[in-house]
Design a protein around this ligand. Structure first.
Ligand SMILES: O=P(O)(O)OC[C@H]1O[C@H](OP(=O)(O)OP(=O)(O)O)[C@H](O)[C@@H]1O
Ligand SMILES: Nc1nc2[nH]cnc2c(=O)[nH]1
Length: 179
């Protein structure tokens, strides 16, 4: 698997340090608020797992599966709910935990949905931000790293369901992409 990687953009150590730093910030921000952490499946699972262990206050953890990507590297532009939350959102301080904001379509859909469901507050933490890919008007409250306008894989992010289990973020060799 690792021989398919052209370049490592963010190392395992850099990700771990960032999770600790953001976790500390969230601990202060959500002290005594019992926020609802919403992990967006499947890509955000490693970040949700690692980040949550650095938040030293009570949180509720739930997951939602929405998809705007079919197979490959292009957004279909249409967001579908594949799995909804178990938790009720009304009155809650919601923190959406994402692996990446690219076009912004997934997150702008989720923010609107949680506001419609009467959340007390809706914030976004994303490990990666790709501002060059943006089509929707959306900004994360907390960003781990900015990445260039290239398709990245690893640490939850896939290419055709592979590479999610890479411990770092990287870019694939061109010959790996199917045409
Ligand atoms: O800003 P956007 O252009 O909407 O892209 C971001 C979304 O795309 C990826 O999810 P994907 O739909 O590929 O599902 P996955 O996490 O299950 O791979 C990623 O995990 C984000 O949720
Ligand atoms: N794997 C992966 N999924 C994405 N979804 C939106 N942008 C990306 C990206 O760069 N890589």
């Amino acid at each position: 698997m690792q021989s398919d990687i052209k370049e490592v953009l963010i190392t395992e150590k850099e990700i771990a340090n960032k999770c600790a730093e953001i976790g500390e910030q969230l601990t202060l921000e959500y002290k005594d608020k019992f926020p609802l952490l919403v992990g967006v499946l499947k890509g955000a699972t490693p970040f949700m797992a690692d980040l949550s262990r650095y938040i030293d206050t009570h949180v509720e953890m739930d997951f939602m599966d929405v998809s705007s990507y079919g197979s490959g590297t292009r957004s279909s532009g249409e967001v579908k709910i594949l799995k909804d939350l178990d938790a009720k959102v009304e009155g809650r301080d919601v923190l959406i935990v994402e692996d990446i904001i690219d076009s912004g379509l997934t997150l702008s859909y989720l923010v609107d949905l949680f506001k419609y469901r009467k959340a007390n507050s809706v914030k976004i933490v994303t490990l990666l931000d790709k501002p060059g890919g943006r089509t929707a008007k959306i900004k994360a409250d907390i960003v781990g790293f900015e990445v260039p306008n290239a398709f990245v894989v690893g640490y939850g992010l896939d290419y055709n369901e592979k590479y999610r289990n890479l411990p770092y973020i990287g870019v694939l060799k061109p010959e790996v992409y199917s045409v």
